[in-house]
Design a binder for this molecule. Structure first.
Ligand code: ZN
Length: 137
């Protein structure tokens, strides 16, 4: 079985004291002659340390410790895609709505007199939809 592109491969479970007490984060210390060049493919001049040693060093975090967070992020991203699809469908259901001619009030539904008697639910939903869709994920 192969992992999808960008997915983290399954990690072995290691509970030995050496592994459990290893640093949670490290810096990949890059000592090359050209700080504006690409990362050296041959890994020449690369080492690691718990501390940053230069301005081209690369921070790393332990994948095994953060596996649950990484999986949770993937779940949340999938949830966001489902919510976005639901929002698009709700916006499609509202259809064309031209204020003030198409506006309406719901009457007593929420107990909030402004929401129930003043705000047009379609205008509010469209404004919330526009803001949510415009936001960066
Ligand atoms: Zn309206």
């Amino acid at each position: 079985m192969t992992n999808p592109p960008g997915a983290m491969p399954p990690l072995p479970e290691r509970n030995r004291l050496m592994t459990l007490t290893a640093p949670r984060t490290i810096w990949l210390n890059v000592f090359t002659g050209d700080p504006d060049g690409e990362f050296p493919a041959d890994h020449e001049g690369i080492t690691w340390c718990e501390d940053e040693a230069g301005d081209v060093d690369v921070p790393y975090v332990r994948a095994d410790i953060n596996a649950q967070l990484i999986a949770r992020v993937a779940e949340l991203q999938a949830g966001n895609r489902r919510m976005r699809a639901a929002l698009l469908e709700a916006r499609r259901a509202i259809g064309d709505h031209h204020a003030p001619n198409d506006c309406y009030a719901t009457g007593p539904m929420t107990g909030n007199p402004i929401r129930d008697l003043v705000e047009c639910p379609a205008c509010s939903a469209i404004a919330m939809f526009d803001a949510a869709i415009a936001a960066k994920d």
